[in-house]
Design a protein. Structure first.
Length: 227
């Protein structure tokens, strides 16, 4: 049995509180036309050149948006997590343009999906909906600008050390391949592998199949903070 909008929003306080400011007419329009979708991990949401037909708010799980160069190098632009929407989707809908990146579900995802026509109607008629859309857009844009600055100005060894510390699990390891890490830090697999090997020789980490075990977090912290 499909969930109602109210039931789905109760599971995502971030979206529920943001959409609580909608006017009764706007809320009724959303209740009538929006739908809740469940998308399994690894679902491709859009690719470069695809037409954008829906506005989407993640309620559970996470999606990732990546850009791939002609040479095959991939960089993670940002993640879309509960209560958030995708900046690429918003831009494509407002400019009536196609996607320029790829979106994929990183985990199983539950999302609120609003058809293009209803999105534009709500954007024109509802101050509460406009506030929600543009606040989310601004937050994602800020994240994206932070990534640009980090890739442009921070050394790769600092970015990699900071990333490992940020993503380590309770077992003290980062369970990702070198290719996946490279996409996250905006570099190539070869460059990341060379740096990880140097970290291992220095005793900072131990490399395992599909994982990087952190042995000396203090050393990585010093490296990440080193200007």
């Amino acid at each position: 049995m499909a969930k109602s909008l109210s039931e789905a929003l109760k599971q995502c306080p971030e979206a529920e509180s943001a959409l609580a400011a909608l006017e009764p007419e706007a809320r009724a329009l959303l209740e009538k036309h929006a739908r809740i979708m469940e998308l399994p991990q690894g679902t491709v949401l859009f690719r470069p050149g695809d037409l954008c037909e829906n506005y989407m708010v993640v309620l559970k799980g996470a999606a990732r948006v990546t850009l791939t160069s002609e040479s095959g190098r991939e960089i993670l632009l940002y993640r879309v997590e509960p209560g958030q929407s995708c900046i690429m989707t918003t831009a494509a809908l407002m400019a009536a343009e196609n996607y320029t990146a790829e979106g994929t579900t990183e985990t199983d995802v539950e999302a609120l999906v609003v058809p293009q026509g209803i999105f534009r109607d709500l954007l024109a008629r509802s101050e509460g909906f406009r506030r929600f859309v543009f606040l989310s857009y601004a937050q994602r844009l800020r994240d994206l600008m932070g990534l640009v600055g980090e890739v442009a100005f921070a050394r790769l060894d600092r970015r990699l050390a900071a990333f490992l510390l940020r993503r380590k699990g309770e077992d003290g390891a980062v369970h990702m391949t070198h290719q996946e890490i490279a996409a996250e830090v905006g570099s190539t697999r070869e460059a990341v592998s060379r740096l990880l090997k140097s970290f291992e020789r220095a005793g900072h980490v131990r490399l395992r199949r599909g994982a990087v075990e952190i042995l000396d977090a203090n050393a990585l912290e010093r490296l990440a903070d080193n200007e």
